[in-house]
Design a protein around this ligand. Structure first.
Ligand code: AMP
Length: 415
């Protein structure tokens, strides 16, 4: 079912959102992007005349009640954002009466789902090596189904709008969907947008297609790099992985971050790009610092000749130009991971050059998707989030989707 085609009047809808918002030490929300992201779905349900049961996780309480991670702290902010009162159920697995009493237009927020180990479905307090682990896991899977069934019993419609956890097969993100038929389960608007954005990148490519992969390590990006290799015209690899490639090619990288056990992998990537006709763009020069700090002394040097005691911390001027030229004229762009230690103001130039080129290409008609962990913080830092086509809210979920994996949260709705 598509959310736009469903009238929630007189229905009770249970909606999985991602309200895992950052809080300061006094429990105040420091960034409400995730709450704002879910509003179109939540408001549609209330405006149709449905009643709303909102569920989410917060942090990693590991199956135990932890007041610091209580969703009661955000109840008022959710009410304000929705423009209506929100009730709170302080035990998410014992909220049947409160859910049953909801009238059309009323909303109920459930306590943190992860206060129950059943949400994640992983056995607690037992080591994977323990001979009893498999039995404990099977037992927990059974309990997970019961937990999902309890949550499902609160409502007659299930909506999943939590893209951030769509790559997890948890009670509230996937298992619960088994208790609703195809006409009574659907993706929320945020999930639809995210899934369409990934679809544009993977299946609706306008060429040239340029992927920019940065961040700290090649090892965490290899799955995506391999999947993209069959699709892209230009592949820019930047950030900390630059130095693993430079080392693999015989360079001296000083104290730069370098994965010595991934040198062969780097050479394989280079060979694969050549064989597939992909234009692989690697950094040639860098801004090196004499300590990992914003006030480090700096020098520009070749990535192949970084002196001992110095480490590559940002893309150098020649590299920035190479990157910008590859990005300019692209019609599809994916950017994941910064080109340097952008958290330090003195090492933002590489990421900034990429951001500016992506914005320019977007103005010229490219579809640009920025997402996954730090790249979002990076475009936000530059104030450019509104000037790219789409900024994904998903970290791990986005990366797994781009790797070509089917997300359990999406598969459960389509099953
Ligand atoms: P990731 O989570 O893998 O996307 O990595 C993001 C992190 O990579 C950011 O915190 C950056 O500061 C870091 N990073 C980028 N370039 C470098 C570099 N040359 N050396 C060390 N860290 C880097």
């Amino acid at each position: 079912m598509k959310i736009d085609n469903f009238n929630f009047k007189d229905h009770k809808a249970i909606v999985r959102v991602d309200f895992n918002v950052p809080l300061d030490e006094n429990g105040n929300i420091t960034d409400d992007t995730r709450i704002r992201g879910a509003l179109p779905t939540l408001k549609k349900i209330l405006a149709d005349g449905g009643s709303l049961i909102i569920m989410s996780h917060m942090g990693k309480p590991k199956g135990k009640v932890n007041p610091k991670l209580s969703l009661s702290q955000i109840k008022d902010a959710v009410a304000k954002a929705l423009g209506t009162d929100v009730q709170f159920a302080d035990d998410c697995a014992a909220a049947a009466d409160m859910a049953a009493a909801l009238k059309p237009g009323q909303a109920l927020l459930l306590e943190n789902l992860r206060f129950y180990p059943e949400e994640e479905g992983k056995p607690v307090g037992i080591d994977k090596e323990d001979p009893a682990y498999d039995a404990a896991k099977a037992e927990m899977k059974k309990r997970q189904k019961d937990f999902a069934k309890t949550l499902a019993s609160y409502a007659d419609v299930y909506v999943n709008d939590a893209f951030g956890t769509a790559h997890r097969k948890h009670a509230s993100t996937a298992v619960i969907a088994d208790y609703f038929d195809a006409d009574h389960k659907m993706l929320g608007y945020l999930m639809e947008k995210e899934v369409n954005a990934v679809d544009n990148i993977l299946n609706n490519i306008k060429r040239p297609f340029t992927a920019i992969m940065g961040g700290s390590k090649v090892s965490t990006k290899i799955g995506i790099i391999e999947n993209l290799m069959d699709k892209v015209d230009n592949l820019i690899l930047c950030g900390g992985m630059t130095y693993t490639f430079a080392r693999a090619l015989g360079g001296h990288v000083g104290d730069s971050i370098c994965e010595e056990d991934k040198l062969q992998l780097a050479l394989d990537i280079i060979a694969k790009a050549k064989a597939k006709g992909v234009n692989l763009v690697l950094g040639v020069d860098c801004v090196a610092g004499d300590k990992f700090s914003n006030d480090a002394n700096t020098q520009i040097c070749s990535v192949m000749e970084i002196p001992e005691g110095w480490e590559g911390m940002d893309a150098g001027p020649k590299t920035r130009e190479l990157f910008a030229n590859a990005i300019k004229g692209s019609k599809t762009i994916l950017w994941n991971g910064p080109a340097g230690v952008f958290e330090f103001d003195n090492f933002t130039a590489g990421s900034r050059a990429i951001a500016d080129a992506v914005v320019e290409a977007t103005k010229d008609g490219a579809f640009s998707l920025v997402g996954g962990g730090d790249s979002v913080a990076c475009v936000n830092k530059f104030g450019l989030a509104d000037e790219v086509s789409y900024v994904s809210t998903g970290g791990g979920a986005l990366l797994e989707a781009i790797e070509g994996k089917v997300l359990p949260g999406v598969a459960a709705i389509n099953a």
